[in-house]
Ligand binder design. Structure first.
Ligand code: UGA
Length: 446
């Protein structure tokens, strides 16, 4: 098939490269000349396992093509495409609602194409407020364009986006138009050879499924984090509670890892957007409000523990941070707990010595003044980051931090304090090694 994709970010680029890999001709459009240049050379602007290989093979086969959205060639490609995916950003506005300007810019561009577009399917991949498909349809209709408008929400996880695309747990097709369902089913068929996991449903349901999934995942995380605080206050240990809970198959063992809160470009944004959508319909999302509150509080965990340990003697000390990205295997800092933590530490007068396998460049850009002034120092070697620091905080559980050389950690640190924001170290072992250790949800160690 001939496919066009608007937006070559996390979602659009994986979508474009993935669909090219199964024999489709894909025309991907983006607004960034810089990113387009990289992608044309087979370089992925984002850190995502397996993506460059897909990019390279797509370019080699000439089935993957990149354009600036304003190029005349992209317009020609749009005219030829049977399916047009819209994967542009819907960032959060200050009031928590979704900024839809990029989606409607795409629609304006589609309005300039020739014909009524009734032979095309326009598919939203971006997470959009429920009812957006209806708005798009009405908007295009006013301009004499009548494509089928469908929703096909993405369920990619950063860090394993390519794998999630290639082996999806489910594909949701949100349209009741039989031809569009058949076309989108055919397009996803190569990823369903073992087992069919395509669900077709109404467009509004498809739009809401996406929010329901991310909100439920956020619920699980805030639940375990709230339980962790209670366990700590009660002298119990959340690891034991978790172990006791997950043996119940109805509960399951995923997304029940306590930590310093969820971040990323999706869970915070989608829960906020759903709350705004509920309020507009006089259906306040009381649970989501609580889930968000618990998450905000949990993100302060590291700094709170430092205040407990150091009292008013924090200013002037240094802390080593291991991990900066919002989760492992990505360089993404959007809503990363580390960002809030760094700001708070700087307010406390604490100096930062950090390491991250992928996100240091992004931190350098984000906190350029503080890096320049030496308030934040970045190290290529995690152990170098410990030198002279009075504590180590484990912020992101990259696998390279999971079984470190504790003797070396102890000899490099000024004070043997470890704040384990992801509960990856064994508390008893930490005590035996002479650390002052704090994990989330346990007060069993000195
Ligand atoms: C999330 C969803 O998991 C994907 O299914 C969805 O497609 C995606 O959003 C999206 O809407 O595009 P992602 O943002 O990549 O994916 O990250 P997650 O793996 O969900 O992690 C989110 C945050 O929760 C991270 O900060 C992580 O550290 C935290 N987390 C996760 C916990 O604190 N505890 C857990 O048990 C699991």
């Amino acid at each position: 098939m001939k496919i066009a994709v608007f937006g070559a970010g996390y979602v659009g680029l994986v979508q474009a490269a993935g669909l090219a890999s199964t024999g489709n001709t894909v025309f991907a459009g983006d607004v960034s000349h810089e990113k387009l240049e990289m992608m044309r050379q087979g370089k992925s602007p984002i850190y995502e396992a397996g993506l460059e290989e897909l990019l390279e093979s797509g370019l080699k086969s000439k089935r993957l093509n990149f354009y600036h959205v304003e190029d005349a060639a992209f317009k020609k490609a749009l005219q030829e495409a049977q399916v047009i995916f819209v994967a542009v950003g819907t960032p959060e506005k200050p009031d928590g609602s979704s900024d839809m300007q990029y989606i409607f810019k795409v629609m304006d561009q589609l309005s300039t194409l020739e014909g009524d577009l009734s032979d095309k399917v326009v598919v939203t991949k971006s997470t959009v407020p429920v009812g957006t498909g209806d708005e798009i349809e009405a908007y295009l209709k006013k301009k004499g364009k009548t494509p089928v408008v469908a929703s096909n929400p993405e369920f990619l996880k950063q860090g394993s986006a390519v794998q999630d695309f290639m082996k999806p747990e489910r594909v949701i097709i949100g349209t009741l138009d039989p031809k569009a369902v058949a076309l989108l089913t055919e397009l996803h068929h190569p990823f369903m050879l073992k087992r069919d996991r395509i669900l077709s449903m109404s467009r509004r349901s498809a739009e809401l499924v996406k929010y329901a999934c991310n909100s439920f995942l956020a619920t699980k995380i805030s639940f375990i984090n709230e339980m962790a605080r209670l366990a700590e206050a009660m002298g119990a240990d959340i690891r034991e509670i978790r172990a006791g809970m997950i043996t119940d198959s109805r509960i399951g063992d995923q997304f029940l890892f306590p930590g310093i809160g969820y971040g990323g470009s999706c869970l915070p944004k989608d829960t906020h957007s759903l709350m705004v959508q509920g309020r507009k319909l006089q259906e306040p999302m009381k649970m989501m409000e609580a889930i968000d509150f618990v998450n905000q509080r949990q993100r302060r965990w590291v700094a709170d523990k430092l205040e407990e340990l150091w009292g008013n003697k924090a200013a002037g000390k240094s802390i080593a941070l291991w991990g900066l990205s919002f989760k492992p295997n990505t360089d993404d800092l959007r809503e990363a707990p580390s960002v809030q933590l760094i700001s708070r530490l700087m307010e406390m007068g604490v100096k930062i010595q950090a390491h991250d396998p992928a996100a240091m460049e992004n931190i350098r850009k984000m906190f350029s003044a503080a890096v320049y002034e030496g308030k934040i120092r970045l190290f290529d070697d995690p152990y170098e980051a410990l030198k002279g620091a009075s504590a180590l905080a484990l912020v992101t559980e990259w696998s390279e931090y999971r079984s470190p050389d504790f003797d070396k950690i102890k000899s490099e640190l000024k004070e043997p304090i470890i704040l384990d924001g992801r509960n990856i170290f064994d508390p008893k072992g930490m005590l035996e090694k002479g650390f002052r250790y704090r994990g989330v949800g346990s007060n069993s160690v000195a």
